[in-house]
Design a protein around this ligand. Structure first.
Ligand code: HSE
Length: 422
């Protein structure tokens, strides 16, 4: 006898419609392989137009979520609306009605994760969210199950398909605008693309991963810098120096403190991450006993993401236990104390003594120069590229403040952080 899982689906946008496709195509093989029979009892969306596809497939539909909540047959609610509200309320209401929840909603989990997991445990039901981070990469399951016997110490991730797509295409000659438009056409981007390009989507995903890996309450206070200021010349300079620019998510646990950040980062062209292209995502976990683990796959897109939503349904059908997620209060490292090497790009007037003044400001703040490049131009200003030895963000902020008094520096210094993965 198969185990039957009776599901109510909320949100028939890109991913929701992908779930309908997969259930239509693969339900039979899923039951044969896993012994789990998935019954889609009803689908809900506030837009009549979005419900069309479900109606065509003969699935009962409603525009009112309460109909799913009050349907006693439904044991699992799949929330695929995205955004904070009404998604947050729907999840909480479903848990209180003792229904398991599956969601792909990283924004809600990053902001309300502690409340949601507590509500789930109180009501003895599960919340599964493999699709919330890294598209089809099984990263949640890897952290929660495969490596639950180890202590994860570091996480590095390329966690946003849209920005990785844009940076890849800019490296091949496309403009930023063309690449963003293409990503939107391919259905990778969020409804509001500023969430992608300003790094917020990545920060939400990092918050979820770090919370699970370090059993910690993280929330949304993460230093976040997006890719909107990255120019074609940044990408070309990086290439010339043997680096690639990626929007990297970094979390480390050291001496009881947690370091968290999201920013465009120069990574060596020989590193595995340098070859993660287009909408692909990658995660590198470093465990105390297991060492480094690398996972990569499509991080965005309808069917890759919908596939792991369906995997979560199968998972619910296959297990009876309720996951215990007990997150502790932790000390997050102040961003000023975070250290790395920096590449600084300064646009300066081509006059005697400027380089010495720049070096002095850096020296005054204990920052040592590791490499320097200035190319001849026939313009009034020249770009100076500096690579520093390791220094703290606090030291850098002070040096950049001193630059403000050097009137020959014509624009605010552009800063790229270099990751040595040490
Ligand atoms: N907008 C997201 C991305 C979709 O580009 O990665 C998946 O979260």
């Amino acid at each position: 006898m198969p185990v039957e899982v009776n599901v109510g689906l909320v949100g028939l946008g890109n991913i929701g419609s992908g779930v309908l496709d997969i259930l239509k195509e693969n339900s039979e093989i899923i039951e044969k392989r896993t012994g789990v029979r998935i019954n889609l009892v009803a689908a809900c969306d506030k837009s009549k137009e979005q419900l069309e596809k479900a109606i065509t497939l003969g699935i009962p539909t409603t525009e009112n979520f309460k109909d799913l909540l009050n349907n006693e047959k439904i044991g699992v609610i799949i929330e695929l609306i995205g955004g904070y509200e009404p998604a947050h309320s729907i999840i909480i209401d479903a848990l209180r009605a003792k229904k398991h929840v599956i969601t792909a909603n990283k924004a809600v989990l990053a902001k309300y994760g502690t409340e949601i997991f507590a509500e789930a445990q109180k009501n003895n039901v599960n919340v599964l969210f493999e699709a919330a981070v890294g598209g089809c990469i099984p990263i949640i399951r890897t952290i929660e199950e495969s490596y639950s016997s180890d202590r994860i110490e570091k996480i590095y991730g390329i966690l946003n398909g849209t920005t990785n797509f844009i940076l890849t295409r800019m490296g091949e000659g496309m403009s930023y605008e063309e690449a963003l438009k293409k990503a939107q056409e391919l259905g990778f981007a969020e409804a509001d693309p500023s969430f992608d390009v300003e790094g917020k989507d990545t920060a939400q995903k990092l918050s979820i991963l770090a919370g699970l890996a370090f059993d910690a309450k993280i929330g949304c206070e993460i230093f976040t810098e997006g890719i909107t200021k990255i120019t074609k010349s940044d990408i070309d300079f990086a290439k010339e120096l043997g680096y690639v620019i990626k929007l990297l998510a970094i979390a480390k646990k050291e001496n009881g403190q947690i370091e968290l950040r999201v920013h465009p980062t120069m990574i060596p062209a020989s590193h595995f991450f340098a070859n993660i292209s287009n909408e692909f995502n990658a995660v590198l976990l470093s465990g105390a006993n297991t060492g480094e683990i690398l996972l990569s796959g499509k991080g965005a897109g309808k069917l890759p993401t919908a596939t792991v939503v369906v995997t979560d349904i199968i998972e619910l059908g296959s297990r009876v236990r309720v996951t215990q997620r007990n997150f502790e209060n932790v000390k997050i490292m102040p961003f000023e104390e975070v250290t790395s090497r920096f590449l600084l790009r300064l646009n300066v007037a081509d006059k005697p003594g400027i380089l010495a003044e720049i070096a002095k400001s850096l020296g005054n703040n204990g920052i040592s120069i590791a490499a320097l490049s200035q190319k001849e131009t026939n313009m009034e200003t020249v770009p100076i590229i500096l690579i520093t030895h390791k220094a703290s963000e606090g030291q850098l902020i002070k040096a950049i403040k001193e630059f403000e008094s050097i009137k020959e520096i014509r624009e605010k210094a552009s800063v790229l952080r270099i990751e040595d993965f040490d």
